[in-house]
Design a protein around this ligand. Sequence first.
Ligand SMILES: Nc1ncnc2c1ncn2[C@@H]1O[C@H](COP(=O)(O)OP(=O)(O)O)[C@@H](O)[C@H]1O
Ligand SMILES: [Mg+2]
Length: 440
Amino acid sequence: MIKSIERSAHSANQRTRDVDNERQAILELVQKIENLIYFPEKIEKPARIPNIWEVFSKEIKRYIETDVCALFRVDDQSHAFELAHCSPDDLDEHCRREIDAQIECGMFAWIINRRQPALIPSLVFKKRKTLIMLPLTTQTQTLGLVMVVTGISEGAITHERLKLLAILAKQCALIMENTLLFAQLQKEHETLQNAQSRIIQAEKFAAFGRMTSGAFHEFLNPLNILSGHLQLMQMSELPPAKIREYAALMQTQTDRIASMVKSLQRFSSPRKSECQILQLHPLIMAALDNTRARFPDHRIRCDVVVAADCPPANVNREEFIRVLMHLFDNAYEAMPLDGTLRIRLEQDVIEDIRNAHKEMIACRINDSGRGIPAENLAKIFDPFYTTKEVGAGTGLNLSISYALIQSMGGTITAQSAEGCGATFTVYLPGAEASGENCCD
Ligand SMILES: Nc1ncnc2c1ncn2[C@@H]1O[C@H](COP(=O)(O)OP(=O)(O)O)[C@@H](O)[C@H]1O
Ligand SMILES: [Mg+2]
């Protein structure tokens, strides 16, 4: 009886020990899995191959005692194996001979093709050593191979331990692949940026060329007139009436130069306009009256429509009227005999350069004039761009208008086709943009 109680107690103790051991083994496994999962977090960001290798080779030592741990990369073209990193840094004579022998007999290539880890007893070292071969491959890429030299005999390395090392190598290969892809992406992004800045630079030069050739014309004309009249005045005794006539003409030309220089200052020192919240309708009517008065012979039908719910805008009164006058003048000039000018004021949503949607107040000015050919449409906002006869236009009004509206936080767009009229839209920020109350 006592014997049987002793036996049951013994077997109960044994079961408890077994359960404890099993629990210990599970805890150790969980720890190993945790290490595997968190291994990528130990790599310094942004990751580089030497950092990855440093962490990976240290990590391998957690799973197995290592004499040597070496990373080989495969050359894309020659498919040759090249030693990329190793720990310790210097390989001894035996190790070098072992590597050469393994590469020569095709073992490295075989491991890579099979995409499976392998244990190989070393033939070169005096003491018994085992080589652990871990391929660094992903679904799409072969990144290389890791060779570990350990003093543990082949038979003592369990399948479980080899499996863990293979998982670690797989993780390492994925991180390497992502790092290489990221570096490639960065390089492509840089190339794209360089190409983009070259295009912008070329466009700047082209615009600068157009601008300077226009500017030369615009400045040379009044200067030629000035110098011609000065010569006339120096060469002959002129009656006082003629001198007054020439002086008035020269005054007009100097005024013209001064006005162009003033306009250009707008580009050299752009500033933010002083704005207030105003209803735009009265400003449109003021600008329209001004243009009508300057083109008394034109038979233009004007239609002004204001959307019922159109809110006020944040605007600089004088500058906005000036812009409208420039746009109305251009429209009138494009309809020399008769035509229709439609002006519509409404709220609209536009996309800014960051693709964000912005509510703006849109003033659309549409004429039924000659229109703008597609090849000229991109140039009309360039300073000094004009299709008028030499001396008839400065080619500055649209570029100045653009700069003025930009300094109010708005923009101007143009749509047109030859023979089909033109539509210029002035967008201005609404009252919410400034948070002020309407002053009208
Ligand atoms: N409504 C329009 N219809 C047709 N062409 C236009 C219109 N507005 C502007 N343009 C074109 O844009 C050019 C530049 O205009 P602008 O800057 O006002 O300078 P300018 O009137 O002195 O030529 C004009 O010469 C003309 O070719
Ligand atoms: Mg004009």
